[in-house]
Design a protein around this ligand. Structure first.
Ligand code: NAD
Length: 475
């Protein structure tokens, strides 16, 4: 009898296991495939590896500006695969070692069941069909998510692909149509365009990255068009056709019907919970969309049954799953004062080019909540030395409360409600902003912190100074 049995060894599952082990609990981890989940094997890590290659290629493409005489002889598909797989394998090996030292790892497909004593247990079926019952005081569902498609569109894995297949290319597609301008769609566009692909991104809503601040969406769409990526917004997909190794996408755009031709159609319209066939339905813990229903701490209505990560209707991000996993483990360990994860303070990071990162409220959300009390300060990266050297500009936009507007129970005026960054290394420099929003810092305090020069993140310092009414280079 373990303290915890975790079903699924992705970021959510291993976060539960590692935190529980750190708290002295006995943990079993059940994994049907490889430890590391979508993030390590089919998502974040392979995509960021290939995006890095695309980024190097962008630099090669501006070699003349850098005073370098380079010739580019083309992409070595095998070399690209070896690089990507080397990154995955290295991380996977390390993760396996950590997991084996902290948990009992069961290989096989797990299914929730009710044991004789009424507790939830997990039946694990291995490759030979042998079933082992793994029992614990608590069971955590961490089975992650799967790619969604559109009604009537079959992902054949050849012409029509999801990100599960599209990451493994050795030759980039000549003409790619990407359906969906969320994180996946925008990252693939950034991957393929420098490699010479003709790329069209099709988005049903009126802007790319629709969950981001509208200024970020505008800046990225502009940068994409400048780089020769066709961006079609408010475009409704009517049909997807495949014939003789090529595809067509019929669209309804504001100007009327339009048909796009492609060698590869990437369907990137979101991911859904991977909860079918795991016994969760039978336990009555799923909502009508297949997500596991929990309270803020991850507890379901069934005693001793918890859930973390993409199976919950929160943010489908690896670091959101880490955070949820740690909270569940702490709750089970009986730690006092554990707070539910507040995803308002969970950063969002999109590795398109230019990168986009944000935390907290968008300007529209802040205005809806606080009306005219919202103040907006933007520092452009146009004059930022490191940005100029990197050949890319962008901005840091700080949303705060004006003057002495009290923030809920805090009572201090002017708190930072949200920070939005577009530009080089935005996904790294968001770090400071997550501290600012999580600690409900006020711009005056942040403006007094010395930011190194020349750096990209000094733009954040300047945005905080503007928010404090003390603009330095900006207004
Ligand atoms: P998403 O939900 O972020 O974006 C899907 C996009 O497709 C939306 O903009 C939506 O409006 C659009 N769409 C839906 N139906 C459409 C249609 N019929 N025609 C055109 N557009 C349509 O989903 P995703 O990009 O597939 O990513 C899946 C999940 O994985 C998300 O939760 C995402 O945040 C996460 N993810 C995160 C990162 C990252 O953090 N860098 C990277 C990849 C994926």
């Amino acid at each position: 009898m373990h303290d915890i049995v975790v079903l699924g060894g992705g970021p959510g599952g291993y976060a539960v296991a590692f935190r529980a082990a750190a708290r002295g609990l006995d943990v079993a981890l059940v994994e049907a495939d490889e430890l590391g989940g979508t993030c390590l094997h089919r998502g974040c890590i392979p995509s960021k590896s290939v995006l890095h290659v695309a980024e190097v290629l962008e630099e090669v493409n501006r070699a003349d500006v850098l005073g370098l005489k380079l010739t580019f002889d083309g992409l070595d598909g095998d070399g690209l695969s070896a690089f990507r797989d080397g990154v995955i394998n290295g991380l996977h090996k390390g993760l396996e070692q950590l997991a084996m030292s902290r948990a009992t790892v069961h290989r096989g497909r797990g299914r929730l069941t009710t044991a004789d004593d009424g507790r939830v247990a997990v039946d694990v079926t291995d490759d030979d069909g042998m079933v082992t019952r793994v029992e614990g005081q608590n069971v955590v569902i961490a089975t992650g998510s799967i790619a969604r498609s559109l009604p009537g569109v079959e992902i054949d894995g050849e012409v029509v692909q999801s990100s599960d297949q599209a990451l493994w290319f050795t030759t980039p597609p000549r003409r790619a149509v990407i359906i969906g301008a969320g994180a996946i769609g925008m990252e693939f566009a950034s991957m393929w365009r420098p490699m010479g692909s003709e790329v069209t991104v099709v988005e049903a809503l009126d802007r790319v990255l629709p969950l981001e601040d509208a200024d970020a969406s505008r800046a990225v769409a502009k940068a994409y068009r400048r780089r020769g990526i066709d961006v079609l917004t408010s475009a409704r997909v009517q049909a997807v056709g495949v014939d003789a190794g090529a595809g067509t996408v019929d669209l309804e755009v504001d100007a009327g019907p339009r048909t796009l031709e492609a060698d590869l159609i990437l369907v990137a319209v979101g991911r859904g919970p991977n909860t079918a066939g795991i016994g969760a339905q039978e336990l009555g813990v799923l909502d009508d969309r297949g997500f596991v229903q929990t309270d803020g701490y991850g507890a379901t209505a069934v005693s001793g049954l918890w859930a973390v990560g993409d199976v919950r209707p929160t943010l489908a991000l690896a670091h959101a799953a880490f955070a949820e996993g740690q909270v569940v483990a702490d709750r089970i360990a009986g730690i006092e004062d554990v707070q539910p994860v507040d995803h308002t303070h969970t950063p969002r990071v999109t590795y398109c080019h230019p990168e986009v990162a944000s935390v907290g409220l968008t300007e529209a959300q802040a205005r809806e909540r606080y009306g005219d009390a919202v103040a907006v300060s933007t520092a452009s990266m146009k004059g930022n030395a490191k940005g100029i050297i990197a050949g890319s500009d962008g901005f840091v936009k700080v949303i705060s409360l004006a003057g002495d507007t009290p923030v809920g129970a805090i009572g201090d005026g002017g708190a930072v409600l949200g920070v939005h960054i577009v530009g080089p290394h935005a996904t790294d420099i968001i770090g400071e902003a997550t501290l600012a929003t999580a600690w409900e810092a006020i711009p005056a305090e942040l403006a007094a912190i010395t930011h190194a020069h020349p750096t990209l993140y000094e733009a954040m310092g300047e945005a905080f100074q503007s928010a404090a009414g003390l603009p330095f280079h900006g207004h």
